[in-house]
Write a protein that binds this ligand. Structure first.
Ligand code: C2O
Ligand code: CU
Ligand code: CU
Length: 497
């Protein structure tokens, strides 16, 4: 194991009126031991000439998923070796289920290391949740079965084995899990070919088109980011669309990169849903800052656009993070083709989520996620390997950090006031609602209303959430969904009992 040492120089950069530490790397035993600043890899976009693939759907009531080594055409004219739940593709199939149905998924692990499946955003019994220690060994298998007890929404699945979540997800293991219910169906939103689940990911690809997982110390600090942006497992795709309204279910399935999505014609998005399903009513917004693990459900209208019109799903530069957000880039090209149009009226009402009132809270908890620890941004554990923490604690599978009364309604504060990194905080075992954000962006955005399972806490921010732990008892984790932060310790355990 290489030992790497980090030094921190202060006084280099000024951000938001305060002296901001510029963190530099010094590698005693690396030949590339020159000082390198912490910056996100520069995205190289284009040429947007490969057709966006439609992800195949499978009923989750009877599915089989095999984690395997396979190859996929991720970059034009190249064959990448990947890990996947589906032979020949990067992404796994889109699982679909209706509220009230029972999920039955048999999982085979054909990797050479432990794996499992976590159903991100789905509330499942603890033993079905893909806890980091509930794993299938190499060559082993697991059966997942649980009822769908929640609202329609865009959820997803990915591996969650201890210390291997980031690597396995990055190499390709991920898929959508879409839940429907009667309330949503009654609204008559665009469906079939007019519903596009879109997962955005980024990779550091080599000339052969492979993206092995070899994070540098900087990658472990920032989280793994790449210069190639993929949508639905394809680099630089083109989606041909009819001049009508589409439902875009956008997932940030990246390990660490945050996207500030926008349309290149500056049109507003119509936001209809968030992590945990539909909003009470549509909201409009021009840009949406979407962190790893988060989803947003959108209506985008191409109606009235002439055939041949091109526009992009774009990521705009954004402030608030020292090492990412400095660059604008395109993600996906839409090209309008001639054909059937529509006159889809934006519904005035969607499906109002039950609101949890602050006055219902029976307990509060506080989590310092700033990772300042008195030693600067990172490490703080003797200058050896990189680690990240919550309340100065790193993940330990045999330690329960928080004991929660079954049925309790709790307010949790995630405090990143003194931090320098963005942290998308994610809970298993319960969905939550965001009460407020103070510092930094100082507001709750339209795509953060309703039910959430992941919330972005930027440097300088403090976010309060409220949740009811009323579905299942047992041991669940909560963590930062920057997967390198998670795997380097930024995860704790709660026991609901
Ligand atoms: Cu999507 Cu515990 O994670
Ligand atoms: Cu999760
Ligand atoms: Cu983090």
């Amino acid at each position: 194991m290489k030992r790497r040492k980090f030094i921190q120089l202060t006084g280099g950069t000024v951000l938001m009126g305060s002296t901001f530490p510029l963190i530099l790397q010094s590698c005693k035993d690396d030949l590339d031991g020159m000082m390198r600043p912490r910056v996100a890899p520069r995205v190289e976009d284009g040429p947007f000439n490969v057709e966006l693939p439609r992800l195949p759907s499978l009923p989750a009531t009877n599915a089989s998923l095999t984690a395997q080594h396979t190859t996929a055409t991720v970059f034009k004219n190249k064959t990448s070796s990947v890990l996947s739940y589906h032979a020949g593709d990067l992404l796994g199939p889109t699982l679909r289920a209706h509220r009230g149905e029972t999920v039955q998924v048999s999982f085979q692990n054909q990797l050479s290391e432990p794996s499992n499946i976590h159903w991100h955003g789905l509330i499942t019994p603890a033993e079905m949740d893909g806890h980091p220690t509930d794993i299938a060994p190499a060559g082993g298998s697991l059966n997942y079965t649980f009822p769908i007890v929640q609202r329609a929404g865009t959820y997803w699945y990915h591996p969650h084995p201890d210390l291997l979540t980031a690597k396995q997800t990055y190499r390709g293991l991920a898929g959508f899990f879409i839940v429907s219910d009667n309330e949503e169906q009654a609204i008559g939103l665009p469906s079939g070919e007019f519903e596009l689940p879109l997962v955005i990911q980024d990779k550091q690809a080599d000339v052969a088109g492979d993206f092995p997982y070899n994070p540098s110390s900087i990658d472990l600090m920032n989280g793994m980011m790449g210069e190639r942006i993929l949508v639905n497992g394809i680099h630089s795709p083109l989606a041909e669309v009819l001049p009508r309204t589409y439902r875009l279910r956008v997932l940030n399935g990246s390990n660490a990169r945050i996207y500030n999505i926008a349309l290149s014609n500056s049109a507003n998005f119509t936001i209809i849903g968030t992590d945990g399903g539909l909003l009470a009513a549509p909201e409009t917004q021009q840009t949406i800052l979407l962190a790893p693990g988060e989803r947003v459900d959108l209506l985008v209208s191409f109606a009235g656009m002439a055939a041949g019109t091109e526009l992009y799903l774009h990521s705009k530069a954004f402030p608030g993070s020292e090492y990412q957000g400095k660059q604008d880039f395109n993600v996906l090209k839409f090209k309008v083709i001639s054909g059937q149009t529509d006159n889809f009226p934006i519904p005035a009402l969607l499906d109002p989520p039950v609101v949890i009132n602050e006055s219902e809270a029976t307990n509060t908890r506080f989590f310092d996620i700033s990772n300042d620890g008195g030693h600067g941004g990172h490490g703080g554990h003797g200058g050896g390997s990189i680690s990240h923490n919550i309340n100065e604690k790193v993940y330990k599978h045999d330690r329960i950090d928080e004991v929660i009364d079954f049925g309790a309604t709790e307010i949790w504060t995630f405090d990143n006031t003194n931090g320098v990194d963005p942290h998308p905080m994610h809970l298993h075992g319960a969905l939550f609602q965001i009460l407020d954000r103070t510092g930094g962006r100082a507001q709750v955005f339209p795509h953060e209303k309703g039910w959430k399972d992941t919330v972005l806490v930027m440097p300088g921010e403090k976010v309060r959430i409220i949740a009811r732990f009323e579905q299942y008892k047992g041991i669940f984790v909560f963590h930062c969904h920057n997967l390198e932060h998670e795997d380097t310790g930024m995860m704790l355990q709660m026991e609901i009992k």
